[in-house]
Write a protein that binds this ligand. Structure first.
Ligand SMILES: Cc1cc2nc3c(=O)[nH]c(=O)nc-3n(C[C@H](O)[C@H](O)[C@H](O)COP(=O)(O)O)c2cc1C
Length: 205
C-alpha cells in the first residue's frame, strides 16, 4: 500500500490558500491511488518545538535524552522520520512568511534532518538516504517572486529536501494573493491549472 504524507504549514485555518491547494493536490493523488494511506500534519495545530542543544545531542545519542522534554522531542523526531521514510508521496502546503518558509516548517525540517537516518556524512559531503519519493509543494505568496533573486524559498526547499534525498519536487505556485482580487484569483487559478495538469499526467502513468 502506498503512503501519502501531507504537511500544511499555514497559521490560518479554513481560509489558508496553501492548505486548500495542498488538499486539492492530495485529493487528486488519493483518487488515483485508491486506498492509499494518508498521514496529515497541521504544523500550526500541532507545532514542533525548536531544536536546542540537549535535544540535538539526543538525536545523535538516544541515551543522552535525560529530561522528559528531550525524551518527548526524540520520540517525536523518530515518528516524523518514520512517516517520511514510509511516504511515497509528500505534499506540502507552504505560505511565504517574511521571504521564507514558516518557522513551523523549518522546525519540521530540523526534526527530520537526522544523520544516519535521513542523510549520511561522506568524504564528499552529506548524502541523502531517502529515495524514490515524489514531492509536491503548494506555495502561496502575497507578492510575485517567482524567477526573481528574491525567491529564496524555492531554492531553500530544493536544497534542504535534496540534502535528505528528496529531489523529485514539483512546485505549485499561487502568487499575487495580496495584489488585489484579480491578481489573487489569477494566482489561485494558475495553481489549480497546475494541479489539474499534474493529475492528468499522474492518471496516465
Ligand atoms: C506573517 C506574514 C508574512 C508574510 N510575508 C510575505 C512575504 O514575505 N512575501 C509575500 O509575498 N507574502 C507574504 N505574506 C503573504 C502570504 O504569503 C499570503 O497571504 C499567503 O496567502 C499566505 O498563505 P495562506 O493563505 O496559506 O495562509 C505574508 C503573510 C504573513 C501573515
Amino acid at each position: 500500500m502506498k503512503t501519502l504524507l501531507q504537511i500544511n504549514a499555514s497559521m490560518q485555518k479554513q481560509e489558508a490558500q496553501s492548505s486548500k491547494l495542498s488538499d486539492a493536490m492530495t485529493n487528486a493523488l488519493l483518487s488515483k491511488f485508491t486506498g492509499m494511506r494518508h498521514i496529515k500534519r497541521d504544523l500550526s495545530k500541532d507545532p514542533i518545538p525548536h531544536l536546542d542543544q540537549g535535544l540535538f545531542q539526543s538525536f545523535h545519542d538516544p541515551k543522552a535524552a535525560g529530561t522528559p522534554a528531550q525524551q518527548a522531542g526524540l520520540a517525536l523526531s523518530d515518528t516524523l522520520v518514520s512517516e517520511l521514510i514510509e511516504a511515497d508521496f509528500i505534499v506540502l502546503g507552504v505560505p511565504m512568511y517574511n521571504l521564507m518558509i514558516p518557522s513551523t516548517l523549518k522546525a519540521w525540517i530540523d526534526f527530520v534532518t537526522r544523520a544516519r537516518q535521513t542523510f549520511k556524512y561522506t568524504e564528499r559531503g552529506p548524502v541523502g538516504l531517502l529515495e524514490g519519493k515524489k514531492c509536491y509543494i503548494a506555495m502561496t505568496q502575497g507578492g510575485s517572486f517567482l524567477g526573481t533573486t528574491n525567491d529564496l524559498v524555492t531554492a531553500y526547499l530544493k536544497v534542504a529536501l535534496g540534502l535528505i534525498g528528496i529531489t523529485d519536487i514539483e512546485f505549485i505556485y499561487a502568487q499575487g494573493l495580496a495584489l488585489g482580487p484579480q491578481a489573487a484569483e489569477a494566482g489561485i487559478s494558475e495553481a489549480h491549472k497546475k494541479i489539474a495538469k499534474i493529475s492528468q499526467i499522474t492518471q496516465a502513468a
